[in-house]
Ligand binder design. Structure first.
Ligand code: F6P
Length: 359
C-alpha cells in the first residue's frame, strides 16, 4: 500500500500529464493498493489542503493531452518562507497536510523554482521525488527536461511559417521565442528553422553586428532575414552594467516596448531603414499535445520515479544524464541554472555556417 501526493507547479508544458501517467502506471502495475492525492494548482493545493483523491483510471488516456489535469500555479520560492495574508506559515501548512494524509511521498513536477521548494520540503523531512519540467530546458543536473522538445517543434514550425511570408515580402522578421533567462529553446528552434540571426541571453548582442548580418544577406541578394530572438536577449551595453543598473535599463525598455524584440525592431529600422516585423508565438509554445519524443521521455522519467518510490528511495530528481535515466540528489541540482555556454558546440557550428549571434 502506498499513499502518494502529486502536484504540477509553475508554468505548464506539454508532457505533464504524460509524466504523471508514467508514475501512476508504474506504481499501479506493481502495487495492489495505491492512493493518489492530486494537489490542485501546485503548491497552492498543498498549502491550503486542496486536493482530489485520484485513481489509476484518472491517468488513463492522458498520454497525448497537453496541460495538466490537476492544474498549476506559480508560487514563488522566495515567498515560501513569508506568511500568507492571514499569517499562515506555508511550509508548516505543507508539512501538516502531507502528514495529515499520511503520504509516503510527494511527487513534484516542476521547473527551477518549484524544484527549490521541493528541496526545502526535503530539508524539513518530507519524502520527495522531483520530475524536471520546463520548455526552457534550464534545470541543472539533467540534459533534458520534458516539454522542451515539444516547444522546439512549435517554435520551429512558427519560424518555418514566417520564412515563407518573409521571403514573399522581402522583409526582416523577428520571431520572439520563450526563455527569459536561458536560450536553449531559441538556439534549437533557430538552428532547426534556418534562422539567420539567433539572439540569446547568454550572448549579449551588439546592434551593429546584428545590422551588419542583415546587410550582408541583402548585399548577397537575399531579400529577407529571419531573427530568432529569446525573450531575455540583452544588448551588449546593458549586459556590461552592474546587475542593479542592468535591471533599471531593462525596466526602461519594458516601459517603452512590449518586449525586447520590439525595441530591437525599432533599432534595426532606425539604423538600416529595413522594414521589420515582430511575431511572438508566446504561450502557444507551451500548448497542445506532447510530441513523440516527449511522450517517450516522460514515460521513462515517470516509470523511473515509480521505481524509486517502490524502492523507497527519496530526495531525488529523475534526470537524463548522457542519454540514460538517472537519479540526481535534489540538493545537487536545486538553485542552479543550466545556461547555454557561449562556446557550446551548437553555437560554434552554427557560427561556422554563417548564423550570427550578434557578438
Ligand atoms: O518557464 C517557462 C516559461 O514558459 C518561460 O520560458 C517564459 O518566459 C515564462 O514561462 C512565461 O511565464 P508565464 O506563463 O507566467 O507568463
Amino acid at each position: 500500500m502506498k499513499r502518494i501526493g502529486m502536484l504540477t507547479s509553475g508554468g505548464d508544458c506539454q508532457a505533464l500529464n504524460a509524466t504523471m501517467r508514467g508514475v501512476v502506471k508504474g506504481l499501479s502495475h506493481n502495487l495492489d493498493d495505491l492512493e493518489i492525492y492530486g494537489f490542485i494548482e501546485g503548491y497552492k493545493g498543498l498549502i491550503y489542503g486542496n486536493y482530489r483523491l485520484l485513481t489509476a483510471r484518472d491517468f488513463s488516456g492522458i498520454l497525448t493531452r497537453g496541460g495538466t489535469i490537476i492544474g498549476s500555479s506559480r508560487q514563488p520560492f522566495k515567498l515560501m518562507r513569508v506568511p500568507d495574508a492571514n499569517g499562515l506559515d506555508k511550509v508548516k501548512a505543507m508539512v501538516s497536510n502531507y502528514k495529515k494524509l499520511r503520504l509516503d511521498c510527494l511527487v513534484v513536477l516542476g521547473g527551477n523554482g518549484s524544484q527549490k521548494t521541493a528541496n526545502l520540503l526535503r530539508e524539513v523531512g518530507l519524502n520527495i521525488i522531483h520530475l524536471p519540467k520546463t520548455i526552457d530546458n534550464d534545470i541543472f543536473g539533467t540534459d533534458l527536461t520534458f516539454g522542451y522538445q515539444s516547444a522546439i517543434d512549435i517554435a520551429t514550425n512558427c519560424i518555418d511559417c514566417i520564412h515563407t511570408t518573409a521571403s514573399s515580402h522581402g522583409r526582416v522578421f523577428i520571431v520572439e521565442v520563450m526563455g527569459h533567462k536561458v536560450g536553449w529553446l531559441t538556439l534549437s528552434a533557430g538552428v532547426a528553422s534556418g534562422a539567420d540571426v539567433i539572439l540569446i541571453p547568454e550572448i549579449p548582442y551588439d546592434l551593429k553586428k546584428v545590422c551588419a548580418a542583415i546587410d550582408r544577406r541583402h548585399t548577397s541578394g537575399k531579400k529577407f532575414t529571419i531573427l530568432a530572438v529569446a525573450e531575455g536577449a540583452i544588448p551588449k551595453e546593458i549586459a556590461k552594467l552592474e546587475k542593479k543598473e542592468q535591471k533599471k535599463e531593462m525596466e526602461k525598455i519594458a516601459r517603452s516596448y512590449p518586449s525586447i524584440s520590439y525595441k530591437l525592431a525599432a533599432d534595426i529600422t532606425a539604423k538600416t531603414g529595413y522594414e521589420v516585423r515582430v511575431t511572438v508565438p508566446g504561450h502557444v509554445q507551451r500548448g497542445g499535445t506532447p510530441d513523440p519524443f516527449d511522450r517517450v521521455l516522460s514515460t521513462k522519467l515517470g516509470a523511473y520515479a515509480a521505481q524509486l518510490i517502490l524502492q523507497e528511495e527519496y530526495g531525488y530528481m529523475v534526470a537524463i544524464v548522457n542519454n540514460e535515466v538517472k537519479k540526481v540528489k535534489l540538493q545537487e541540482s536545486a538553485g542552479k541554472l543550466k545556461t547555454v555556454d557561449p562556446h557550446d558546440q551548437t553555437v560554434e557550428l552554427a557560427k561556422l555556417i554563417g548564423i550570427s549571434f550578434g557578438d
